[in-house]
Write a protein that binds this ligand. Structure first.
Ligand code: ZN
Ligand code: ZN
Length: 355
């Protein structure tokens, strides 16, 4: 944690600030270890402060040993005291996480200070995972993998998408997940055309090809994977679409290594889908970083022209084809960029499971 704070302080110069206020809970957890739901950090070149209310004082003392813990009644008044005491002139804040209202409040409470928006002051470092993070994420991935292998034994025609999602969540919790990483997507039959079709009351019927996109949260970190199954035997078209998506997904994995631009990985997948004439039906980016957030930097998309993959990045590769009124397929793995290439973290088999 100290190393992470040190890096943030080293970037003060770039942002032209002499302290930074951190409000985003994931960034707070990343820098301090604090897991509660209400706090602020003030990082200065000297001391670091964790501000929280009565409910979390004991927890903060326990979790965030490198910080001076300050009990607050009003966050802004407490901030004012610290800013004055440490003579802070230029205070950075996370531009993505301070609302206009909060900004006005800080400005009104703390006069004679320059407020400077900082974009991704912590996220720039979160993008590269350290060994301890990689270890935890591997656990989160493994829970999802095991849960997939278990759920496919329990699926049957006639259950609803919601029933399947609840069962899957239950299995993940049993395997040690602290929660599901996000609302589980179960998109069966024609609903497979919805890339983010959160489980509905639709009954899973014979002949339905079904996309399940899910993940486990473990020690604050997420996993994210997508697999597909079919009730009965696939038609020629179902199998063909599946094979194209799989070919595209493998091409993306093959391309992912250090020094490669993120958009090149997207292109590797997209080119395959294009070759078969389905490029209009792959309307989202190929992947994203995963960590304390399910979706975080780097994005793996056509637009990501400047991001170069580096060892320690953990991203998803998840191309798909979605045909309106027919259905869809997406296959998603998490991979770790290593010094020589990449390691596929998701181990579950990638065949179209037949129930
Ligand atoms: Zn996913
Ligand atoms: Zn994803």
């Amino acid at each position: 944690m100290l190393n992470r704070i040190k890096k943030v302080i080293e970037s003060f110069e770039k942002f032209k600030i002499d302290a930074v206020l951190i409000k985003n809970l994931e960034n707070i957890r990343y820098l301090s270890g604090f897991t509660g739901s209400s706090a602020m950090l003030l990082i200065t070149k000297g001391k670091n402060f964790l501000l929280t209310d009565f409910r979390y004082i004991e927890q903060a003392k326990h979790e965030s040993s490198g910080f001076d813990i300050i009990k607050v009644d009003d966050y802004y008044d407490a901030l004012l005291t610290l800013v004055k005491k440490f003579n802070i002139k230029k205070l950075g804040f996370e531009s993505a996480f301070v609302s206009y209202e909060q900004y006005e409040k800080i400005k009104k409470t703390i006069k004679d200070i320059v407020l400077i928006p900082t974009k991704e002051i912590v996220e720039q470092f979160r993008m590269i995972k350290d060994d301890s993070e990689i270890e935890i994420i591997k656990q989160a991935v493994s829970i999802a993998d095991k849960s997939w292998n278990e759920i496919i034994k329990r699926i049957e025609a006639g259950m609803t998408e919601v029933e399947l999602a609840i069962e899957l969540e239950f299995i993940m919790r049993k395997f040690g997940a602290e929660s599901k990483a996000f609302d589980i997507i179960v998109a069966s039959g024609f609903r497979g055309a919805l890339p983010h079709g959160v489980a509905s009351n639709k009954i899973i019927e014979h002949g339905d090809m079904v996309t399940i996109d899910f993940g486990a949260k473990y020690k604050g970190y997420n996993s994210d994977m997508t697999r597909n199954f079919i009730i009965g035997k696939p038609t020629k078209k179902q199998l063909a679409i599946y094979e194209i998506v799989l070919e595209a997904q493998l091409a993306g994995i093959d391309k992912a290594k250090p020094g490669v631009y993120a958009f090149e990985v997207d292109k590797a997948c997209r080119d395959i889908i294009k070759r078969y004439g389905y490029s209009d039906y792959f309307g989202h980016g190929t992947g994203h970083g995963v960590g304390l957030s399910v979706h975080e930097a780097p994005r793996v998309s056509q637009k990501e022209k400047s991001t170069v993959l580096e060892p320690g990045m953990i991203i998803t590769i998840e191309p798909g084809i979605y045909l309106p009124d027919w259905g869809g397929v997406r296959i998603e793995d998490m991979i770790l960029i290593t010094s020589s290439g990449c390691e596929v973290l998701t181990k579950a088999k990638k065949n179209l499971v037949q129930i």
